[in-house]
Design a protein around this ligand. Structure first.
Ligand code: NAD
Length: 323
C-alpha cells in the first residue's frame, strides 16, 4: 500500500510512518519542517524511518498546489493520512490567521489535489478540542453541539466540515479521528507533559493554569493503533474519538510524574487561560465497535516511556556537546 503522510516529520506522524513501514507499506512523508519547533528534533523523529528503503521524504507545504500536483502526479497514493497542521491552542490565540491559512486552506488544497488525481481515501487528524467546554461527559462523536473555544479548535472543526463536504460532493471516503491530548517519546516541546517533565528533571518551577482541569491523555502508540486500524477500514464518512477512555486531574498527573521521575515538582499556580478547555474524556464506544480500537498503555507506563526517552535524548545531547 502506498501511503502519503502529511506532517510525517512531526511527533505523531513520525510514529505513524515507523508503524506503517513495519507493516510493509511504502511511506511518503510531506512536511515543510515548520518552525513551531526545531528542524533538528524533526530530523531526529524521522531518522529511523529515513533508513528504510520504502521511506520517501518530500519537503514541501500543503498549501502549495503546484508542489502537491507534482507529488501526486509522480506517486499513485492509495490513502492519505493528513496530520500536517499548526497545532496548539495557546499559539493559535496569537496567530489565528496563520492557523486558518495552514489548517483550513492547506486542507482544502490537499483535498482538491486528491480529487483531481482520483485519490479517494483520507484520514484527517482532528482534535478533541472541537468539543470545547461541552457539558456532557464522556464526549460522544454525535453530541448535539460542538463549542470550539480557540482559533485552533475552530480550524479543526472546519477541517472536519471540509472533509464532510468533499465526501458529499465527490464521494471521497474520509475518516476524521479526534485525538485526545497525545503524549510519549518525540512529543512536541510546547506540550504540557513535555514541559512539566523537563521542569521536574531540572528542578525548575512549573506553571499550571486553572485549578480544576482534567484531561484524557493518550499514549502515542495507541493513537498510531487507532490511525492504522481506521486506515484499513475507511468507508464513507465517519468521525471517531481516539483517546484513552479515562481522565486524570492536573494534580493527579503531576503526582504521577513526580513518582516516575523520583523527584518533587515545584509548582506555580496561575488562573485559567483563555482557549483551554476544563475537561476532556473520550467516549470510545464507537471506535471500539467499528474500528476495534483498544488503547493499551496506562498513563504511568506511558510517562515512564517518556521519561526514558527524555533521559536518553538529553544524554546524547550532552555527549555530542562534550565531544
Ligand atoms: N499532539 C496532540 O496532542 C494532538 C491532539 C489532537 C490533534 N492533534 C493533531 O495531530 C496532528 C499532528 O500533531 P503533532 O502533535 O504531531 O504536531 P507536530 O507539530 O509535531 O506535527 C505536525 C507536522 O506538520 C508539519 N507542518 C506544519 N505546517 C505544514 C505545512 N503547511 N505543510 C506541510 N507540513 C506542515 C510540521 O512541520 C510538523 O512536522 C496535527 O494535525 C494536530 O492538530 C494533535
Amino acid at each position: 500500500m502506498n501511503v502519503l503522510i502529511t506532517g510525517g516529520a512531526g511527533f505523531i506522524g513520525s510514529h505513524v510512518a515507523d508503524h506503517l513501514l513495519a507493516m510493509g507499506c511504502r511511506v511518503h512523508v510531506l512536511d515543510n519542517f515548520h518552525s513551531n519547533y526545531s528542524r533538528e528534533q524533526k530530523l531526529l523523529n524521522i531518522r529511523s524511518g529515513m533508513s528504510h528503503p520504502a521511506y520517501y521524504l518530500h519537503e514541501g507545504d500543503i498549501r502549495d498546489a503546484t508542489r502537491l500536483t507534482d507529488l501526486f502526479r509522480q506517486n499513485p497514493f492509495d490513502v492519505v493520512v493528513h496530520l500536517a497542521a499548526l497545532p496548539g491552542v495557546q499559539a493559535s490565540l496569537q496567530r489565528p490567521d496563520v492557523y486558518t491559512d495552514v489548517n483550513i486552506n492547506g486542507t482544502r488544497t490537499l483535498l482538491n489535489v486528491m480529487h483531481q488525481f482520483g485519490v479517494r481515501k483520507l484520514i484527517f487528524g482532528s482534535s478533541s478540542s472541537v468539543y470545547g467546554d461541552h457539558p456532557a461527559m464522556p464526549l460522544q462523536e454525535d453530541c448535539q453541539h460542538l463549542f470550539p473555544i480557540s482559533p485552533y479548535a475552530l480550524t479543526k472543526y472546519k477541517g472536519e466540515q471540509l472533509c464532510r463536504q468533499y465526501h458529499e460532493q465527490y464521494g471521497m471516503e474520509i475518516t476524521c479521528l479526534r485525538f485526545f491530548t497525545v503524549y510519549g517519546p518525540r512529543q512536541r516541546p510546547d506540550m504540557a507533559i513535555y514541559q512539566f517533565l523537563e521542569a521536574i528533571r531540572q528542578q525548575h518551577p512549573l506553571t499550571i493554569y486553572g485549578k480544576g482541569t482534567s484531561r484524557d491523555y493518550t499514549y502515542v502508540a495507541d493513537i498510531v493503533q487507532g490511525i492504522s486500524k481506521a486506515m484499513f477500514r475507511i468507508d464513507g464518512f465517519a468521525i471517531y474519538n481516539i483517546g484513552s477512555g479515562s481522565y486524570v486531574s492536573l494534580r493527579q498527573l503531576i503526582t504521577l510524574m513526580e513518582s516516575v521521575s523520583n523527584q518533587k515538582a515545584l509548582i506555580i499556580q496561575k488562573p485559567d487561560r483563555p482557549g483551554d478547555v476544563a475537561h476532556t474524556w473520550a467516549d470510545l464506544t464507537l471506535s471500539k465497535q467499528n474500528l476495534t480500537y483498544q488503547p493499551t498503555t496506562s498513563l504511568s507506563d506511558g510517562l515512564q516511556q517518556m521519561v526514558d526517552w527524555l533521559a536518553s535524548r538529553n544524554a546524547q545531547a550532552t555527549l555530542s556537546y562534550s565531544s
